[in-house]
Design a protein. Structure first.
Length: 566
């Protein structure tokens, strides 16, 4: 059945310059009206939010144009790669809601073909084995304003190059002893065309091919040929590869590849208060600054999943920020807004007291427990209602009481009234302290005629606070996560180590929190809004049956939306 492009009016995605290029190709018939993209991660770390944007873009384009998207691992550097990363990447992509079907590939699938392409270049006099050291190659390469100079090994004969390359393949040399380079132009203003490396020696076992190979192709060489072999039409990559595009095309043209994809570059995602370098993220993990790749303070997809982000919110964020031609920095508040917006729709409301202080209603009858009705989610009519116990002794937040409050403090204070959420209006009558002056209990009276939902409960007070019944509360650990860095641009100051900007308050662990009893059976991954405190998720690592640990996903405060509405 002939594949057809989706009409733009039928798509919810906004128009962007990549779609304009694809539309022009479809109009001219360049790729026979087909769109075949790919997502090509290196298995040398966990995917982060920047990769998530690329995943959404590549799989989204394929879906919109009724095309295909491959998942291909660029596993050409066995020194840094691991099966753990391969598995985590597949998990992340599936979690985001995308499916490569049966199109799972590895660059290592094509090692034999890459080797044959290298031989073609050598036989054409377009590649040579260089014996300069790495430092000498850098020195000979020149600078952006000064041309490079040719290696003394550049004019080796085709026969000598073939023989040396064969020996490289057979493991007769040490790492770095020789390297295969393309013969292009050492005076090119494009540094990438100054005889770039094609193959390097790596006497290291590969996670898929074992010890079969001891030479491995460079990314610029392998990537274009992988695209060509798989029939990719549009090779979408980030902007730093724009100057690599002439080399991408040169390799394909020189070996006369039967299929020549179009490389298109877009601006990578940069977030404020965030580090996106996999090398730096690995440093955070290895130096135990964070609790692994999935530490909820990390910008990895696995960390976001553990923290309680939803795939829908990340896809919405990727769509909202769009595709740009120039690099820039996106306010991390826009990501937090997307998370908050989706959780507001799906997360049930519950009451949890993170910093508890006891409140006693002195005129409430002893040994009486009421079951009050609470709304699970006002944004979702199907969520229904639940019963919560109410009794003489409660817990409230310490911050909801002040002995000497400022003028516009509308919570509880001596002689003042507030409403207890879903319950009664109470009035503070007395404060009980220990010998050190710390508040032990707050004594109040309640007005039994002001129960929420009753016809005579229309007496108004300015403040409403949440609570839990002391007799029925469950204790839980709550982890309050904040941004890992306290600088908008942790890597912007080249004179300072990015670790100097670590936020010392990025994690606060509360072990004496009081939660309503409905949360006792919460399961790993369950998401809730703790009323007046924020959105929280049951941790997937530390929670145990009957003893959930809660991670704060995001606060209720929405500063980015407020800025947009100014």
């Amino acid at each position: 059945m002939e594949e057809k492009k989706v009409n733009e009016n039928e798509s919810n995605l906004p128009k962007n310059f990549i779609k304009e290029i694809i539309d022009e190709h479809n109009k001219s018939g360049r790729f026979n009206n087909k769109v075949h993209t790919r997502f090509p991660p290196e298995p040398n770390g966990y995917l982060h939010i920047g990769h998530a944007k690329s995943i959404c873009l590549n799989f989204g384009l394929a879906e919109e144009y009724k095309g295909k998207c491959n998942l291909r691992f660029d596993d050409t550097n066995p020194v840094k790669e691991d099966v753990e990363y391969v598995e985590s990447i597949q998990t992340d992509i599936r979690w985001l809601g995308f499916d490569w079907e049966k199109r799972l590939y590895f660059a290592s699938d094509y090692f034999e073909q890459f080797y044959e392409y290298a031989l073609v270049l050598i036989r054409k006099g377009k590649a040579y084995v260089d014996s300069l050291s790495a430092d000498e190659i850098r020195e000979y390469r020149g600078t952006p304003t000064e041309p490079g100079k040719e290696s003394p090994y550049r004019n080796r004969s085709v026969e000598e190059n073939l023989e040396l390359f064969e020996k490289m393949k057979n493991g007769e040399f040490k790492d770095g002893e020789h390297i295969l380079r393309a013969k292009i132009d050492m005076s090119s203003p494009n540094m990438n065309l100054r005889d770039p490396a094609v193959y390097r020696i790596r006497n290291t076992s590969h996670h898929r091919t074992g010890d079969k190979w001891c030479i491995y192709p460079m990314y610029d060489f392998a990537h274009g040929f992988s695209d060509s072999i798989e029939g990719i039409t549009h090779s979408v990559c980030t902007l730093e590869f724009e100057n690599h595009r002439p080399l991408y095309d040169w390799f394909l043209d020189e070996v006369e590849a039967p299929h020549h994809p179009q490389q298109i570059e877009f601006a990578r995602l940069n977030l404020s208060f965030t580090v996106m370098s996999k090398r730096k993220l690995l440093q955070l993990v290895n130096e135990n600054i964070v609790d692994g790749w999935d530490d909820p303070r990390m910008p990895t997809i696995s960390a976001y999943r553990r923290r309680g982000y939803t795939p829908e919110s990340i896809r919405n964020f990727a769509e909202e920020v769009g595709v740009a031609k120039r690099n820039g920095v996106i306010d991390v508040g826009r990501l937090e807004y997307a998370i908050r917006d989706h959780l507001n729709k799906i997360a049930n409301r519950v009451m949890a007291v993170i910093n508890p202080v006891k409140l006693v209603i002195i005129n409430y009858p002893e040994n009486v427990v009421e079951e009050l009705e609470a709304i699970n989610n006002p944004e979702d009519e199907t969520a229904g209602k639940r019963k919560i116990p109410f009794s003489k002794e409660l817990f409230i937040e310490q911050t909801d009481f002040m002995e000497d409050p400022p003028r516009k403090f509308f919570r509880l204070s001596p002689g003042k009234e507030v409403r207890l959420r879903y319950a009664y209006i109470i009035k503070c009558e007395d404060v009980i302290k220990d010998d050190d002056g710390n508040i032990k209990e707050i004594h109040c009276t309640y007005d039994p005629e002001t129960k929420s939902g009753m016809s005579n409960s229309n007496r108004k007070v300015k403040g409403t606070i949440h609570w839990v019944s002391a007799q029925h509360a469950i204790e839980a650990e709550v982890r309050l996560y904040d941004r890992l860095f306290n600088s908008e641009d942790p890597t912007g100051d080249k004179k300072k180590d990015f670790l100097e900007f670590i936020n010392p308050d990025s994690l606060e662990i509360k072990t004496d929190c009081k939660l309503e009893p409905s949360l006792a059976d919460a399961k790993a991954g369950d998401k809730f809004q703790f009323e007046r405190n924020g959105y929280f998720c049951v941790d997937t690592r530390y929670s145990k049956p009957g003893k959930p640990v809660f991670n704060r996903t995001v606060t209720l405060r929405d500063t980015w939306a407020k800025m947009q509405n100014k």
